[in-house]
Design a protein around this ligand. Structure first.
Ligand code: ZN
Length: 359
């Protein structure tokens, strides 16, 4: 077999073998057997001296061509296999960076907290402050200072959680003089004590709201909760009239329920205010025509309000001949029920995620 023929065979076999190699190691083995120190092609190049003068340049030229071709093919294949092995190693490793992470569900504020925050923002926008007070109150701040008569039914242990047994007799002077009240501790039934505490420590003008928990010994049912969230407001300034009350509460109602809802003011009685009223908002389900949700009245009661009774101002050390004011109170749970058509207030305290996630 001539040297040229031998070269043709080496070229064909090697190129064919290169294309079939599957790993870098196999490819390197092949490289050594062809172009390594004792490789088949290397041996031909080394034996050039044994060839005739005519043969030598032809074989030399051809041998170089074959070597270049084989080395180029080896390099291309090496890069291809290296890239393939790298991607295989990434796929096989334990950490898959392309896998989406486990999502951790993010919670949000409870619907009642959302409503309290919303009301706070409405009134902060009007220049009001947000005041806070203790849950455990004295009978004086919860009732007496707010003009509730001694025999008012809401003072009964059936309507108020007493911390100290209210049936224990106290000397008359302890109950009658404000400073000597040392007993009759209760869980506040309203946030109005915060109004009295604010009036005592702050000079008019006062523009404040007091959102917070209140407690009453009610059995939980569709319309009652023994613990609920009240939002009360108080304004004390010179020349405050019922017109100010109405303008403010109409603004709040529209902000909470929408511009298309109308309000209605009905006379009522509260010890704390005179005159007093209850305020209804037109039914959002029927638009005021009457439906099952509004008991066919077309209206839904949302809050109580009135001008602050002069006795209350006097109790706080404010001169009712100089200052007047208005106050209002509503339940955040009731606002939630009216806004979202909730059939049962107890849904708000169950912690059922299927319910809570809707808000
Ligand atoms: Zn209705």
């Amino acid at each position: 077999m001539s040297a040229i023929e031998n070269l043709e065979i080496i070229e064909k076999k090697t190129l064919d073998a290169i294309s079939k190699k599957a790993t870098l190691e196999e490819l390197d083995q092949l490289r050594i057997t062809v172009v390594g120190k004792k490789g088949s092609l290397t041996q031909i190049l080394r034996s050039m001296g044994t060839l005739s003068a005519e043969e030598r340049p032809l074989v030399g030229k051809r041998a170089n061509e074959v070597r270049e071709k084989i080395e180029a093919a080896l390099l291309t294949k090496k890069e291809e296999l290296a890239a393939k092995e790298l991607s295989e190693r990434i796929e096989a490793s334990a950490l898959d960076i392309s896998l989406p992470g486990r999502s951790r569900p993010q919670g949000h504020a409870h619907v009642i907290s959302q409503i309290v925050k919303e009301v706070e923002e409405i009134f902060i926008g009007l220049g009001y402050t947000v005041e806070d007070g203790p849950y455990v109150e004295t009978e004086y701040y919860n009732f007496t200072s707010l003009n509730a008569p001694k025999d008012h039914p809401s003072r009964s242990p059936r309507d108020t959680f007493y911390v100290v047994d209210p049936t224990v007799a106290h000397p008359k002077e302890e109950i009658d003089t404000r400073k000597n009240i040392i007993s009759d501790v209760l869980l506040r039934t309203q946030t109005s004590p915060v109004q009295m505490r604010t009036m005592e420590k702050q000079c008019p003008p006062i523009y404040m709201i007091s959102p917070g928990l209140v407690f009453r010994p009610d059995t939980p049912d569709a319309n009652h909760l023994p613990q609920f969230t009240q939002i009360e407001g108080l304004v004390i300034d010179k020349g405050i009239t019922f017109g100010d009350l109405r303008g403010t509460l109409d603004h709040m109602t529209r902000a909470l329920f929408g511009n298309d809802r109308r309000t209605r003011y009905r006379p009522h009685f509260f010890p704390f205010t005179e005159p007093s009223c209850e305020i209804d908002v037109s039914c959002g389900v029927c638009g005021g025509k009457g439906c099952r949700f509004c008991n066919h009245a077309g209206w839904l009661e949302i809050l109580g309000a009135g001008l602050v009774d002069p006795n209350v101002l006097q109790n706080a050390g404010i001169d009712p001949n100089v200052y007047s004011g208005f106050a209002f109170g509503m339940g955040a749970e009731r606002i939630a029920a009216l806004r979202y058509n909730l059939p049962d207030l107890r849904l708000l305290t169950t912690g059922d995620m299927r319910f809570l996630e809707q808000f």
